[in-house]
Design a protein around this ligand. Structure first.
Ligand code: PEP
Ligand code: MN
Length: 258
């Protein structure tokens, strides 16, 4: 039995929660510009990757610790909460040291019991909220196992993120959504909020709205979306990042009021 405690930061009084921000932190200006536009729209939680798990080497692997200083400025200037990905105990230590509010665990990390165990142990004694992405492979037990490891370490303020699953040769989605797996997770842990990440499911800008719509029709708690002030020049996941203005249009079209 996993005990789930509510994450106040996500509690939007019956409203959908929308977490938005760039795939990667690239520069202080990029973060501050993107964050201030999102904050003006009413977004309260800002995502940014500091250390990036890239499929191939010799691509941008994240700005590293310097980005944590930039996120401090985002917090000071906008009052937004910040969420970053952590993939090992060192990342956890640096995130906590720098006042990061929420952590997320990426799909490759959730798929690795050794990594999950190390991270869970490094979180022991803290009460930081953790968002757990589905593992890259469609194995609900791994997803639940990651949540159990956190629970055994006393981390109960958790939520899940459906970001789709790896398949070979699918051309529609970058990571195919398997709504049944998330529905089964909901059946097994009804109190666990589940967010949808349409950016990593779709892999392209045009798919963000239809995927978000599909998630909302299934009553997801909210969205976790990649937003960049200038997506065309983004250093990672350029094709799937949208501007704050496009996000606003999508939220309007979907009747999401922040
Ligand atoms: C991300 O959110 O930028 C990311 C790397 O996600 P995932 O673990 O879903 O690939
Ligand atoms: Mn990304």
């Amino acid at each position: 039995m996993i005990e789930i405690k509510p994450i106040e930061e996500l509690n939007a009084q019956g409203k959908k929660v929308v977490i938005a921000g760039p795939c990667s932190a690239e520069s202080e200006t990029q973060l501050l510009e993107t964050a201030s536009q999102l904050s003006q729209m009413g977004i309260k939680i800002f995502r940014a990757g500091i250390w990036k798990p890239r499929t191939r080497p010799n691509t941008f692997e994240g700005i590293g610790e310097l980005g944590l200083k930039w996120l401090k400025r985002v917090k000071e200037e906008t009052g937004m909460k910040c969420v970053i990905e952590v993939a090992n105990p060192y990342h956890v230590e640096k995130a906590l040291e720098n006042g990061i509010d929420i952590l997320w665990l990426g799909a490759r990390t959730t798929a690795s019991p050794f990594a999950m165990q190390d991270i869970a142990l490094s979180l022991k004694g803290t009460d930081i909220p953790v968002l757990v992405k589905n593992p890259i492979n469609p194995d609900i037990e791994l997803w639940i196992g990651a949540l159990e490891r956190l629970s055994l370490a006393g981390i109960n303020r958790v939520a899940a993120i459906h970001r789709g699953f790896s398949t070979y040769g699918d051309t529609t989605y970058r990571n195919t959504p398997i709504w049944e797996i998330a529905a089964e997770l909901h059946n097994r842990i009804p109190e666990l909020p589940i967010l949808c990440d349409p950016s990593h499911i779709g892999g392209s800008r045009e798919l963000i709205q239809p995927i978000a719509e599909a998630a909302l029709s299934r009553n997801y708690a909210g969205l976790f979306v990649e937003v960049h002030n200038n997506p065309d020049i983004a250093l990672s996941d350029s094709n799937q990042q949208i501007t704050p203005a496009t996000l606003q249009t999508i939220l309007n079209n979907l009747n999401i009021n922040l």
